[in-house]
Design a protein around this ligand. Structure first.
Ligand code: PLP
Length: 334
């Protein structure tokens, strides 16, 4: 089967860049949701721990269980709240606030403009009142930016909203809470980071999705995707390859199949616009469920080492490119 190499040196380089931006390693909260953006949750958790990171963000209770051994604290974005001294749970609407147990560590998510999750800004006072009345254990207040990775000033508008939220929370005397709002793009854009933690996702994996105008931090790709040769044949001119015979040999050529397909989370794409592997080999004809064909007989080929370039080819974003990769593909640290 195909396999994934995780480049430890590049991962540490990226973490260093984030630490420089936010000012302290203790302020970096690595986002490991969705199997660490497809990189492998436990591998990335262990490397983060080795680097000295103390905190992580995950999506589910299952992921929290996997990550627990590696961190001091874990924020669960969409889990079933339980009492656990290592875990906190994002509370994203009033109903959840009414239902949560008073022993659970909660972080209130406020909707400052994205209108996806979070309680409305107009409900802050009400929420804080419930927290006090129900004696809930509020440890954090957070928000998420809708367009930190786009050229423009929308980020500042949301940040201003969040400042108003902070003021109300401080005035409410709900105790000591941590404030956080920054995703990768906001971290990379920030000049004077002054919040308690930053939630660093895509940047730690080496992708900088900011427009060129902002592009100042050099990040290095962490993941590369490789495949093994399954079989080789020599085609005569005119013979066609794969489903539909979309590729026709224009001369006698050596063609091999490699063990990667759309069943592994690789993109099927369009055979008329073939993807080029890291070594510049076009995928010949259609991508099958478990195989692709290439004009080489190397034992191992690197299919992708620049996730952002691949994402551009397929008309998507780096996040989707790596998250789609099947958890059953073997990951090795190099
Ligand atoms: C995914 C996510 C992040 C990380 O975003 P990146 O753009 O990958 O840095 C931060 N906060 C929340 C709430 C998220 O869901």
């Amino acid at each position: 089967m195909a396999f994934i190499k995780i480049n430890k040196e590049n991962f540490f380089h990226n973490l260093n860049q984030i630490v420089l931006k936010v000012g302290s390693i203790d302020k970096v909260d690595v986002v490991l949701k969705d199997n660490a953006y497809g990189h492998g949750l436990e591998i990335i958790a262990a490397l983060s721990q080795e680097f000295g990171i103390k905190q992580a963000v995950v999506i589910s209770s299952e992921e929290a269980m996997q990550a627990t051994p590696y961190f001091d604290h874990i924020l669960v974005l969409n889990g079933t709240p339980v009492v656990d001294e290592k875990l906190s749970f994002a509370i994203t609407d009033m109903r959840a606030l009414e239902a949560v147990d008073s022993g659970v560590q909660i972080e209130l998510k406020v909707d400052t403009g994205m209108h996806r999750n979070g309680i409305a800004m107009g409900d802050i006072e009400k929420a804080l009142k419930i927290i006090k009345l129900r004696n809930l254990h509020l440890i954090g207040v957070m928000t998420h930016f809708r367009s930190a990775d786009m050229l423009g000033s929308e980020l500042y508008w949301q940040q201003k909203n969040f400042e108003m939220v902070k003021k109300k929370v401080r005035e409410s005397q709900c105790g000591e809470v941590r404030f956080h709002s920054h995703n990768s793009a906001a971290i990379l854009r920030s000049k004077h980071f002054d919040e308690d933690i930053a939630r660093a996702g895509i940047a730690i994996y080496g992708c900088n999705e900011l427009p060129e105008a902002y592009d100042m931090v050099e990040l290095k790709p962490v993941l590369s995707l490789w495949a093994h040769r399954a079989s080789t044949r020599v085609l005569k001119e005119g013979q066609r390859v794969g489903y539909g015979g979309d590729f026709t040999a224009t001369e006698q050529m050596k063609v091999s199949t490699y063990d990667l397909g759309y069943g592994d989370g690789w993109r099927r794409g369009e055979s008329a616009h073939p993807y080029l592997t890291a070594e510049g080999l076009p995928i010949l004809g259609r991508v099958s469920m478990d195989f692709i064909s290439l004009a080489t007989d190397k034992e191992e080929v690197c299919i992708m080492h620049d996730v952002q370039e691949a994402a551009r080819h397929f008309g998507t974003i780096s996040y989707e490119m790596t998250t789609m990769l099947s958890p059953s593909i073997q990951r090795v640290v190099v």
